[in-house]
Design a protein around this ligand. Structure first.
Ligand SMILES: [Zn+2]
Length: 88
């Protein structure tokens, strides 16, 4: 699938993906999220953000939309199961 090249402002991206503007600015600052300069505006390509937000669950291998970059499991159920497996 071709990545979505639609560009949007940080504010639009935050709204669309329900991610705090501050979080997006942090990702841009530390280079995780590439930006496109359009005149005086800093724009984000939708596809780049989508890629960053999709993770693979460490337990079931399911692809999921991460609420933050530290999320490792697709659901609370998987996280709890992983914990249980580790302690057995
Ligand atoms: Zn899972």
């Amino acid at each position: 699938m071709k990545p979505d090249e639609t560009i949007m402002t940080v504010e639009q991206a935050a709204e669309m993906f329900k991610v705090p503007v501050l979080t997006l600015r942090e990702w841009i600052f530390n280079g995780r999220l590439p930006v496109i300069h359009s005149g005086r505006n800093v724009m984000i390509a939708r596809g780049a953000l989508e890629t960053l937000l999709v993770g693979t669950c460490e337990l079931c291998g399911e692809r999921f939309r991460r609420p933050n970059l530290r999320a490792r499991f697709c659901s609370t159920k998987c996280r709890q199961r992983a914990h249980r497996l580790k302690s057995e």
